[in-house]
Design a binder for this molecule. Structure first.
Ligand code: GLU
Length: 385
């Protein structure tokens, strides 16, 4: 058992920036850091995932939120991030909370080596009692290659450090069973199956990029990693503890059982997958265990221009995603191998290698509780053609 508990707190832009003037909301930050100082004394290691860089930088760029384009937002993030961190640093010092900045991109979280580097950095900061403040590095990301919202980024951080709790502070006291402005909307106290709420959660806030939908997706990622998610309003007084200790209204999404290995969690809770293999009908039915590798004869179609080492969706022939696996070959190599199963790898590719397209130990089977991901983009190449 770990002596200290781990908690990831996510705060949204609308709590950190004043909606009209786009300036810092010091009172909220002060309450937040007071609360965090107390949690640290009680034995919690805290990671803060903080939005707000774009909202706080827009004044310097001379754009209103609704007229800012992608480039404006990237420039605004570069302006706002130091403002935000400077405020955390100053206010933190008053409460004895030491902070550090960790800026990440989607690629950093999804490439195994960089993911582990970030994890080790965060754990090293914990050793020193320092609170990492994580945000997406908006200035270097492009639209397709970003997480986009800090809800899911925070869930990725929670899975990365195997946190017990993910607390999402926002402008509303949790999830409602329909648009909360509708008369008769009911507050939902506890969520077990996130997929029940995906269709009712589509609206987003004016300042941030997330909404209840990304919060539900984040909750699913967290629950699959054995972490519970608490969604509540970002009040000034004890915003985190009052939720953690159930003192006011919020929504709690349960953690699912014991998490699989950290590696399996990393494989299954992804935002991006490079390509896919569709299995033959026979294989789709019989492959069940992580000990089976996927051979060239077992594949009916290959999609995307992936490289060796990329993570792939594995579909059965009815199009259901049944597993994730790591490619042993590039897509171009795999299609040659699958179309010429009578020839050896060295004859086809000019080097010797085991013929498994995905090795059994690099295959993780999905369970019902995993929300499906969008299919990857890219040409679909059929083996039999
Ligand atoms: N990274 C963005 C920012 O700092 C926030 C993304 C979000 O709204 O979730 O402004």
């Amino acid at each position: 058992v770990r002596p200290r508990k781990r908690i990831v707190v996510k705060v949204g832009s609308s709590l950190l920036a004043n909606t009209e003037r786009l300036t810092l909301r010091y009172a909220f930050m002060n309450g937040l850091l007071t609360d965090i100082a107390e949690l640290q004394h009680q034995g919690y290691d805290v990671v803060l995932t903080s939005s707000g860089s774009v909202a706080l930088g827009l004044n310097m760029i001379g754009r209103a939120p609704d007229e800012a384009g992608v480039l404006d937002k990237q420039a605004a993030a570069a302006c706002g991030q130091p403002l935000l961190l400077n405020a955390y640093k100053q206010i933190g010092l008053e409460h004895g909370v030491d902070i550090a900045q960790v800026l990440v991109t989607l690629g950093d979280m999804e490439e195994r080596r960089r993911f582990l580097n970030i994890r080790n950095t965060v754990l090293r900061l914990f050793d020193r009692g320092i609170m990492p403040i994580v945000n997406e590095n908006d200035t270097v990301t492009t639209e397709e290659l970003r997480v986009g919202d800090n809800d899911r980024l925070a869930a990725k951080v929670a899975q990365m450090i195997q946190a017990e709790h993910l607390v999402i502070l926002t402008s509303i006291d949790g999830l409602y069973d329909r648009d909360p402005s509708d008369e008769g909307a009911n507050h939902v106290e506890s969520v077990d199956d996130v997929s029940e709420f995906l269709s009712v959660t589509e609206s987003t806030s004016s300042l941030g990029s997330g909404g209840m939908l990304t919060k539900m997706q984040a909750a699913n990622m967290a629950q699959n990693a054995g972490c519970e998610t608490i969604i509540g309003e970002g009040v000034t007084e004890r915003p985190i503890q009052s939720l953690l200790f159930r003192e006011r209204l919020h929504t709690r999404c349960t953690a699912k059982g014991t998490p699989a290995s950290n590696w399996a969690v990393w494989m299954t809770n992804r935002l991006q997958v490079a390509g896919s293999l569709t299995l033959t009908s026979e294989t789709g039915l019989t492959i069940t265990a992580n000990t089976d590798s996927i051979e060239p004869t077992q594949v009916a179609a290959i999609q995307g221009q992936f490289q060796k080492g990329d993570v792939l969706h594995i579909y059965n022939d009815s199009g259901d995603e049944i597993a994730r696996g790591i490619a042993n070959f590039s897509a171009d190599e795999m299609i040659v191998m699958a179309r010429h199963t009578d020839q050896s790898v060295s004859e086809l590719l000019g080097y010797r290698a085991n013929s498994a397209l995905v090795s059994g130990e690099n295959l993780v089977f999905l369970e019902d509780r995993h929300l499906p991901l969008e299919a990857p983009r890219g040409d679909l190449r059929l083996v039999a053609s």
